[in-house]
Write a protein that binds this ligand. Sequence first.
Ligand code: HEC
Length: 136
Amino acid sequence: MQVIVETLNILDNQLADTKKEVLLQWLSLVGPAILLVILFIFLEVKPFQVSDPYSINVLSLQGDPVKGEGIFQMNCAGCHLSPMNSQVGPSLERISQHKSDLAIIKQVVSGETPPMPQFQPNAQEMADLLIYLKQI
Ligand code: HEC
């Protein structure tokens, strides 16, 4: 009888150990993933950024840089280019080297960085503007 009880105890302990192991294994797999997610949130990195339909539309269109320049002269050059005007905004020369297409679209349409106003170009105008900006 004693032997049976002992055996059962040992079995029980082993079972508990396996459970612990499984839990630890699970934690060692999921733990780093959770940490990574927290890090991404913290750094505002969006590795799986889903673009909004407007941006996808813009990126799918073929822009016309000549039209883009016209749009730029009308709407943006006052702040961004002409040395004659007050240059409120930064120079946009080689902007595409430090901002992605999506970030440029967002900058133009979001109005998140006053005093730069929020623009609402249609997708084709935005595509024209984007291709022009990528050339300067
Ligand atoms: C009223 C002035 C003004 C007008 C008009 C304006 N911007 Fe801006 N823009 C700014 C300012 C100021 C910033 C800097 C904002 C910040 O980052 O705080 C800026 C920033 C930007 C940036 C980011 C620059 C960088 O180095 O990250 C882009 C791209 C941009 N503007 C594009 C445009 C485009 C395209 C237009 C026209 C459709 C436009 N802007 C019109 C003032 C203006």
